[in-house]
Design a binder for this molecule. Structure first.
Ligand code: IPD
Length: 292
């Protein structure tokens, strides 16, 4: 099937911008949010309304494509090789209900189980990231209205994890093996080299997987490590990351070729030495995630 990726990309950008208006016009409160799984897995009416808007527009224009979205996902639904739009209407719902503006709409297209188009748009800052497989990744700031290629500057060498700024996320699973793996690994990453730790420059937890991936693509984060998020959190950011020279591997040590539905991810920015950083990080992971 010959797809006009540029045309699809342009349409996805227009949908993301339109969805952004709905997001910025909403007045969410922590009290008005519902929950899906537990008290930290939040969902709002706006998540649902935005997904409806996005899926309706996409289905109308591309009726043969599949659609997978966070709000309409049914357990057991799996990604097929068919062209599939993968959408997180609000990535960073917790930030959204707290009025913390690190929020995005994440809209990707996967073909043959591989992400090929990614749009990540933060409607509060107006910053839009986009990529088409094989054609580079770009960022557009509202002040310039001009697309700039990512990364914005030539990436420096990645010589040691101890010089890295690392993003991690707690996610919504706060018990069991995976929570323990995260907690122990976060501590070890921060600890001194003498005590067997990574002594990284800093650990950040911003609350949007899609924007985290774009920050790694941009080079403002060196590494992002998470298990537990979903295909809609990472599909779009994945293309943007790789088109900017970054790599995506498994959060569990040893697997260089993660699959989108495995729910374990580590992104490392572009630059000489990135595989060494992966190995150094994997050496500090305390245990193995069960998710995926
Ligand atoms: C969440 C965010 C968060 C990550 C979670 C995701 P949501 O997405 O990306 O950073 O830690 O795993 O589920 O629920 O805000 O769309």
């Amino acid at each position: 099937q010959d797809l006009n990726l540029q045309e699809i990309h342009d349409f996805m950008v227009s949908i993301a911008r339109k969805a952004g208006e709905t997001i910025t016009e909403a007045h969410p409160t922590t009290g008005s949010s519902g929950t899906k799984k537990n008290s930290v897995d939040l969902v709002t009416e706006t998540d649902q309304a935005v997904e409806k808007l996005v899926s309706t527009s996409l289905r109308e224009k591309y009726p043969d494509f599949e659609f997978m979205g966070e709000e309409t996902y049914q357990p057991g639904q799996t990604l097929t090789p068919a062209p599939t739009f993968i959408c997180d209407p609000i990535d960073g719902t917790t930030n959204f209900v707290h009025r913390h503006p690190y929020v995005s709409i994440s809209l990707g297209l996967s073909v043959s189980l591989s992400p090929v188009i990614g749009i990540v748009y933060n409607p509060f800052t107006g910053v839009l990231y986009s990529a088409i497989r094989g054609q580079g990744a770009f960022v557009e700031f509202p002040s310039s209205h001009k697309k700039q290629k990512l990364p914005l500057t030539e990436p420096t060498k990645l010589d040691s994890l101890s010089n890295c700024l690392v993003a991690v996320e707690w996610g919504s699973d706060r018990s069991g093996t995976d929570f323990a793996v995260k907690s122990r690994t976060f501590t070890r990453l921060a600890a001194t080299r003498e005590s067997g730790g990574g002594m990284v420059h800093g650990i950040r937890s911003f609350g949007s997987a899609a924007l985290n991936l774009c920050a790694v693509a941009s080079g403002s984060l060196d590494v992002y490590w998470e298990a537990g998020c979903w295909a809609w959190d990472v599909c779009a950011g994945w293309v943007i990351l790789e088109e900017a020279g970054g790599i995506m591997v498994d959060a569990n040590p040893g697997n260089w070729e993660p699959r989108i539905e495995e729910r374990r991810y580590m992104a490392v920015r572009g630059g000489e030495g990135q595989r060494g950083i992966v190995e150094e990080f994997w050496g500090l992971v305390e245990g193995r995630f069960e998710v995926g």
